[in-house]
Design a protein around this ligand. Structure first.
Ligand code: G6P
Length: 364
């Protein structure tokens, strides 16, 4: 039954709604809020202390998870950057034996990502794969592997694996920040372990009470759909727009909130709703940017906790449970997965197998 539709019309909705379980499996045995410990069975402290920087390589949704991971590492003062695997291969920043390259790939079979891993290995880097599939090509090619344990994902559009990737990369970022930099290292990344342990229940409650379908229906027929966010909300905005375009075939874009005024604002009209992600960090600035869109006549949908100042200032609200800023983006992303799903369903799209797309792309 794990790979059947289990009464759902689409695998995608089943996979969205299975996230309380898949996230539980991702976290299981790795996090103990009582003792404050995080356990990830990869890379010894001695090995980690040799690294000077972290480079993430990934494609599509996995790239957005990598961006989330690199942002968390940067917050802990660790030098880290996420690259699109296809561009990384062209020879971006130098790779040395003090570089850790983290390949993020759900399937473990994406040709662009495997190519980036080869470039990293040739440069002398240590290569770690973060994947969902045991024994995949990425797992075999990497020096070490960490599994996200999300279970099989059938829908072409990645949903539950994004959530499991972001949590796994959070755990990895904690471990790296604990040991990188030797004597000079700072405080390890704060993962808000209580909030992390509560995520599966939070998700369950949010999914049960979600109003995403009703709000989505209000905006069907728009000219385009924009998603904005800042900090950890930025990868979520990018991912939500990717999901929307993949399965609805409508025009959608994700922007860093602060970039809206540097160009994209020219596209904003009363016929382009803007979904704004509020994570509990830098929110005043994002709200200011959202209001700039409202002034041009666009409706703004705030994805934010109940009682957030953005709720009264905007046109619609998709609530997320109270949580730590580290994890608010993950919850917001799931509300926006539902927005994409309901829009695509209303438009009668081929949700589990969108046109022109494949679950894993084995050509460069
Ligand atoms: C394809 C899929 C995307 C996926 C990307 C990377 O383009 O359609 O959903 O995000 O590949 O896949 P990976 O298996 O490497 O995470």
């Amino acid at each position: 039954e794990e790979t059947g539709k289990g009464g759902y019309e689409h695998y995608m909705l089943k996979e969205i709604e299975s996230q309380p379980t898949s996230l539980t499996n991702t976290i299981k045995g790795r996090v103990s809020p009582e003792s404050g410990s995080v356990d990830l069975d990869a890379l010894t402290p001695e090995t980690i202390s040799e690294f000077r920087e972290v480079q993430f390589v990934a494609c599509g949704t996995s790239y957005h998870a990598a961006l989330y991971g690199s942002t968390l590492l940067n917050e802990a003062g660790v030098r880290a950057r996420a690259y699109r695997a296809s561009e990384y291969q062209m020879g971006s920043d130098p790779v040395t034996d003090e570089t850790l390259v983290v390949a993020v790939t759900q399937s473990g079979e994406t040709a662009d990502t495997l190519g980036a891993m080869r470039r990293a290995s040739r440069g002398g880097a240590t290569v770690l794969a973060v994947t969902n599939v045991m024994g995949s090509s990425a797992a075999r090619a990497a020096d070490e592997t960490v599994y996200i344990h999300a279970g099989p994902e059938i829908g072409v559009a990645a949903t539950k694996t994004f959530s499991s990737q972001t949590v796994t990369l959070g755990l990895l970022a904690h471990r790296l920040s604990e040991h990188m930099g030797g004597e000079d290292r700072g405080e390890p990344l704060d993962l808000a372990l209580d909030a992390l342990a509560d995520l599966p229940d939070d998700l369950g409650r949010m999914l049960d009470g979600s109003d995403a379908e009703r709000i989505t229906n209000r905006y069907l027929g728009s000219d385009a759909y924009f998603f904005i966010g800042r900090g950890l909300g930025y990868p979520v905005a990018k991912e939500s727009a990717l999901k929307f375009k993949e399965i609805t075939y409508e025009h959608a874009e994700g922007f860093a909130s602060g970039e809206l005024k540097h160009g994209p604002l020219a596209l904003v009209t009363p016929r382009t709703p803007v979904f704004a992600v509020f994570t509990g960090e830098h929110d005043e600035k994002t709200l200011k940017n959202a209001k700039e869109a409202q002034t041009r006549g666009a409706d703004v949908v705030a994805v934010a906790e109940e009682g957030h100042p953005a709720v009264d200032a905007t046109d619609a609200h998709l609530p997320i449970p109270d949580t730590a800023p580290q994890w608010a983006g993950l919850l917001a992303n799931v509300q926006l997965q539902l927005v994409s799903y309901h829009a695509a369903n209303e438009l009668g799209r081929s949700i589990d197998k969108p046109r022109n797309l494949a679950k894993s792309v084995t050509v460069e």
